[in-house]
Structure formats: structure tokens, C-alpha cells
Design a protein around this ligand. Structure first.
Ligand code: PBG
Length: 333
């Protein structure tokens, strides 16, 4: 397949890098506003934006402010936002009932956004951690995160979100069988058009630290998530998980975290050729922002370079806290 290069000096690879025009012609990857999904934290209250100390520039917004943010995203051409609730600790229980309350913060936000900004796709998070007294993504019984009972709870949660008008459901819990169970329930309840972006290859990562602060889960979590999230040492297992989620009815798959796992993005895209996304997670964002705030890195440049790396690795889109800033930068040309 690959032609043999003529030896130097017939071949000089710098020729095509000489001018902006030649570089534009030989550019292999494009990053556009349409590739961005903006994760947003929501909280109770009105007219509040509360900053998250470990994520400079990121805030928890009250519902009215979330709707404004959704409008801002739509105006910038960002196709989707993803909602994460900061739940009142008083609502966290061992059974996590608040997760499928049709009137919980997240479901109220979905309705408000779909009413005010119908053109933006609303993505959700399906996992019990914001509602769990134990901080885990699943129901805990005698110290074990029980799979099948959790899946039943996740199905209820998914249906409440679909009912509220969510466009993309994002199961981030890593339980076995949840995609199939959610897909079946959606089909049975007239929600056959709702898409599922599975957090398929989700690693047990220390890069989620700032996110757990943002949603108030850090204090609650007992132990770690290694019995359900993946071992960072594994790669073949990610391929099995993608195959499994596709067989169960996922429309899109995600690799998470992003930058430390670009090899997984590339393998998934090459193996399946399906819509593949990466989550540039809170810790990745915090790392770049902290260095930028110290004057050690150029914020805008590392933001754009990191986002491009996901596209180069085969991703169709990126969940990133940089979304609005990157969109502005991309629109400026
Ligand atoms: C919860 C969830 C997490 C993230 C997204 N959904 C944290 C976790 O699994 O502990 C992390 C996102 C980020 O770090 O930006 N299931």
C-alpha cells in the first residue's frame, strides 16, 4: 500500500510545510464547533453561578443560568450539552430514589432547556453517584456494588430522563447489561428515538478528582470504583466492552478519560468505525488550566492542540469543559 519514498534530496518533507497555504492543503484533521459537547454542572437556586475551585472557569449554575448557558452554546453552534447535578446531600440515600424522581434537578433542567432551546441536544448522565449516600455509581450491599439491582435503578433513571426530553442518554456507571436493559425499556415505552452514548471504556482514573468536587461526591465516596471501572493497564478489554455495548444497542461509544487514553480511541475507531467520543475529563482540564494560570503554558494553544489530538486519534467529538471557549476560538477562525 504505502509507496516507497524517494531518497533525500528528491524527497524533502519540509516542502509541504513551507507556507500556510501548503500546510492548509496537507492538513489531515479538522476540528469544528460541531465536534464539541459541553458538560455543565447544575445546582438549586436562582440566579447563582458558584465557581468550582479545582476547575477554574467552571461553575455550578442554577436552572435559569443553565438555560442561559444552553442558549449561549446553541448560539455558538455547539450541538450538545451534558448535564451533571450537584445534589443536596439531604437527598442522598442508600437506595438512590432521587435518581428517578421526575422532578429531580436534572430532569427539571432537561425540560427547561428543551422548552427554551429546543435545537440543542441534551445529554444526561446515568449513574447513581450523585444520589448515593455511599458515593458509588451503583447500589452498595454489604460493601459490594450489586450489578443487577443497580441496572433496574438505572433503567428507571433513564426512563425519567427520556420522559423529560433528553436526546442522548449517557450511562456512565459501567454495570454489566445496562445498555441492553435501557434500550429495551426505551423501545417498550415509546422512546425508540432516544440515543445512547455509552461510557463504554471508562477507566478507574484519578483524573476525575475535580469532577467529584464539582458534584459534591468526593466526601461521600467510600473506597474506589475498581470493581466496575476499567484498569488503566487494559486495552483489549476496551474492545470487548465496545463490542458488547454495540450488541446491546448503543448508538455511540465513549472513551474516558481522554488524553491519557488516545490509544484506546484509535483502536476503537479502527476496530468498529462507529461514532466514537472522548471525554476530556475534569483532571485534564484542571491540569491545563493550572499550568496556564502559572504562566507555564499558553491556555488557548494547549486547549486547541489537546482538542485536535482527539480528532486525530479518530474521535468524532469531544466532551470538554473548554467547549464555549474553543467554539469562540474556532468561530474567530
Ligand atoms: C459519574 C461520572 C464521573 C464523571 C462523569 N460521570 C465521575 C466518576 O466516575 O467518578 C467524570 C467526569 C470528569 O472527571 O470530568 N459516574
Amino acid at each position: 500500500m504505502r509507496p516507497t519514498l524517494a531518497p533525500f534530496p528528491m524527497t524533502r518533507l519540509r516542502r509541504t510545510r513551507r507556507t500556510p497555504a501548503l500546510r492548509a492543503l496537507t492538513c489531515e484533521t479538522a476540528l469544528g464547533v460541531g465536534d464539541l459537547i459541553w458538560p455543565i454542572f447544575i445546582r438549586e437556586g436562582e440566579d447563582v453561578e458558584e465557581s468550582v475551585p479545582s476547575m477554574p472557569g467552571v461553575a455550578r449554575r442554577s436552572l435559569d443560568r443553565v438555560v442561559e448557558a444552553a442558549q449561549e452554546a446553541a448560539d455558538l453552534g455547539i450541538p450538545a450539552i451534558c448535564l451533571f447535578p450537584y445534589t443536596d446531600p439531604a437527598l442522598k440515600t442508600e437506595k438512590c430514589e432521587e435518581a428517578w424522581n421526575p422532578e429531580n434537578l436534572s430532569n427539571r433542567a432537561i425540560r427547561a432547556i428543551k422548552q427554551a432551546v429546543p435545537e440543542i441536544a441534551v445529554m444526561t448522565d446515568i449513574a447513581l453517584d450523585p444520589y448515593n449516600a455511599n458515593g458509588h455509581d451503583g447500589i452498595v450491599r454489604d460493601g459490594i456494588i450489586v450489578n443487577d439491582e443497580t441496572v433496574e435503578a438505572l433503567v428507571k433513571m433513564a426512563l425519567a430522563q427520556a420522559e423529560a426530553g433528553a436526546d442522548i442518554l449517557g450511562p456512565s456507571d459501567m454495570m454489566d447489561g445496562r445498555i441492553g436493559a435501557i434500550r429495551k425499556a426505551l423501545e417498550e415505552t415509546g422512546h425508540s428515538d432516544v440515543t445512547i452514548m455509552s461510557y463504554t471504556a471508562k477507566y478507574a482514573s484519578a483524573f476525575y478528582g475535580p469532577f467529584r468536587d464539582a458534584v459534591g461526591a468526593s466526601g461521600a465516596l467510600k473506597g474506589d470504583k475498581k470493581t466496575y471501572q476499567m484498569d488503566p493497564a487494559n486495552s483489549d478489554e476496551a474492545i470487548r466492552l465496545v463490542e458488547r455495548d454495540l450488541m446491546e444497542g448503543a448508538d455511540m461509544v465513549m472513551v474516558k478519560p481522554g488524553m491519557p487514553y488516545l490509544d484506546i480511541c484509535r483502536r476503537v475507531k479502527d476496530a468498529f468505525g462507529i461514532p466514537t467520543y472522548a471525554y476530556q475529563v475534569s483532571g485534564e482540564y484542571a491540569m491545563l488550566m493550572a499550568a496556564a494560570q502559572n504562566g507555564w503554558l499558553d491556555r488557548e494553544k494547549v486547549m486547541m492542540e489537546s482538542l485536535m489530538s482527539f480528532k486525530r486519534a479518530g474521535c468524532d467529538g469531544i466532551l470538554t469543559y473548554f467547549a464555549p471557549e474553543a467554539a469562540k476560538r474556532l468561530r474567530a477562525g
